[in-house]
Write a protein that binds this ligand. Structure first.
Ligand SMILES: Cc1cc2nc3c(=O)[nH]c(=O)nc-3n(C[C@H](O)[C@H](O)[C@H](O)COP(=O)(O)OP(=O)(O)OC[C@H]3O[C@@H](n4cnc5c(N)ncnc54)[C@H](O)[C@@H]3O)c2cc1C
Length: 224
């Protein structure tokens, strides 16, 4: 399906025209970002934890130490809510009230399941590494059996999902447009700095191109 079907939980209320259920748009955001926030209830209280993720097709993967509270809670099958946010710019209006942010964000609802299949677990871990640093996996030592055992991998089927996108200039009250105050957008981007070699790096190893040219460019949001 090209679009996610809106549910009661994913129906946008305020500024609903900024909502987007297009799978291509959602996956474009998920593939450009690599940090999500996972919300869940522990002992009756909400907790939100930032963490990395991967995506393969319609599966959204979370991973971490087998002792991780967030993963331990999620694997019991409770409802979780995951958000992913990309900030594209600060929107400076003529009034304080109409200041805004240009963004692309995704909200995912679901229940996580443990990846039991060892092949899928391995592939999920590969997808994390590739997601954060494309081309890295083929250069590094693969996880050992004990490292795999110490790691828990959960997946969420991407079914109940919404995106919201704001673009463009401020939207001021008509009478404010004549004000002698600068208004517009300050674009913001996540930009890689110059790579810093590990002090213990063996001599004669140059950074590979995927390191020296690292950027979070927008992949194509391929739904496969
Ligand atoms: C970087 C950033 C900054 C923001 N700053 C503000 C702010 O300062 N004040 C403010 O009021 N709003 C802000 N928003 C928008 C905010 O995320 C909500 O969209 C807004 O609070 C409207 O909520 P609601 O009560 O209409 O809907 P809710 O009842 O909260 O949401 C209903 C459903 O709509 C979907 N939904 C809502 N928001 C989003 C979203 N952002 N992305 C994807 N799906 C969504 C979800 O599926 C959600 O379950 C910001 C968003 C981003 C990404």
């Amino acid at each position: 399906m090209e679009t996610f079907a809106p549910t009661e939980r994913t129906t946008l209320k305020r500024l609903a025209k900024r909502g987007n259920f297009d799978r291509h748009v959602v996956y474009g955001i998920l593939d450009e970002a690599f940090i999500c926030h996972v919300g869940f209830i522990v002992e009756g209280r909400p907790v939100v934890i930032p963490t990395a993720y991967g995506r393969v097709g319609d599966r959204f993967y979370l991973h971490g130490s087998a002792a991780n509270r967030m993963l331990r809670t999620a694997e019991t099958g409770v409802d979780i809510c995951v958000t992913v946010t990309l900030v594209d710019g600060l929107v400076l209006a003529r009034s304080a009230f109409h200041h805004s942010i240009n963004y692309r964000s995704v909200v995912i609802f679901g229940r996580a399941l443990v990846v039991e299949d060892s092949r899928e677990k391995f592939e999920a871990l590969r997808s994390f590494t590739q997601h954060v640093v494309p081309n890295r996996w083929s250069d590094v030592r693969e996880p050992t059996d004990s490292e795999l055992k110490a790691t828990i991998v959960l997946y969420l089927e991407l079914m109940e999902v919404s995106a919201k996108v704001r673009t463009g200039p401020p939207i001021d009250d008509e009478e404010d447009y004549a004000m002698p105050v600068w208004a517009g957008e300050i674009p913001l981007r996540l930009v890689a700095g110059v790579p810093i070699p590990d002090p213990r790096l063996a001599e004669g190893i140059d950074p590979p191109q995927y390191v020296s040219d690292y950027s979070r460019t927008v992949p194509d949001g391929d739904p496969t």
